[in-house]
Design a protein around this ligand. Structure first.
Ligand code: TIU
Length: 250
């Protein structure tokens, strides 16, 4: 009698444990999407993820803005626009949080350190009047995001004074409030604002996937090296994948 009761109790306990384990595994499988990425697959749960679209502003992508004053060929960045448009649409449809950033300064330049203002010998300095308004100044036409990637009403736009998206902004608080742990990173330029942001995010504990064709540089060698540096050493800063791999799962 006792043996039978023990056997039954053990059987029931095993059945329950197996059921629970299966339920947990199914829940996790449903929540986690996996992107084929370098250096190894990137798993993320959509409700804890945000798409960052960094500085897709006329000032960087169109002639007559900050990027051009620094001596750059701005047409180099335009190839990012079609794949990033697709990623933006798919991400919105999937209900994943979208956050845009803009680099720029207050009209009185009080948030622009002299070290940034006086650096190099650009054809025009930050704050000078250019064909698209004052260079890199908030509220000017050139400072705003290009029409092709315009934020939707209600999407967050974070204005930042530096290259990183966390420095001098409330991005950290916004992400914490949203329960975000993973970032899909896009925008320009790969080795400047994208890299600085990914490094800031990585040090803060976020897992970053950089979409290789949705980030752009004025320099081909920096694009290559910038992406390689993120995924090197077992993903020292994060993961890298082409947008088609992200679009397959989202
Ligand atoms: N100059 C350059 O490559 N980039 C910047 O100044 N800002 C951003 O990357 N957004």
């Amino acid at each position: 009698m006792v043996e039978q009761a023990v056997e039954q109790a053990v059987e029931q306990a095993v059945e329950q444990a197996v059921e629970q384990a299966v339920e947990q595994a199914v829940e996790q499988a449903v929540e986690q999407l996996v992107v084929d990425a370098s250096p190894y697959p990137f798993g993320f749960s959509p409700e804890h993820t945000a798409l960052l679209v960094i500085d897709m502003q006329r000032d960087f992508v169109e002639p007559g803005g900050f990027g051009e004053t620094l001596g750059n060929d701005v047409s180099m960045l335009r190839k990012v626009i079609p794949p990033l448009s697709e990623v933006l649409s798919a991400t919105r449809e999937a209900g994943i949080l979208v956050i845009h950033t803009r680099e720029g300064h207050l009209p009185d330049l009080s948030d622009c350190p002299p070290a940034k203002l006086n650096r190099g010998s650009p054809s025009m300095r930050i704050g000078d009047p250019g064909p698209k308004g004052r260079i890199l100044i908030r509220g000017e036409y050139g400072h705003d995001i290009i029409d092709e990637l315009a934020p939707l009403d209600g999407e967050l736009v974070i204005d930042k004074p530096g290259k990183g998206s966390f420095h001098g902004t409330n991005l950290g608080e916004v992400l914490e409030a949203a329960g975000t742990t993973s970032l899909i990173v896009t925008g320009v330029t790969t080795e400047v604002c994208v890299h600085t942001t990914v490094r800031e995010a990585n040090d803060r504990g976020y897992e970053c996937l950089v979409l290789s064709d949705c980030v752009g540089s004025y320099f081909e060698e920096f694009q290559r090296a910038g992406l390689a540096m993120i995924a090197a050493q077992g993903g020292i800063f994060g993961w890298v994948a082409p947008s088609e791999n992200y679009l397959k799962v989202v």
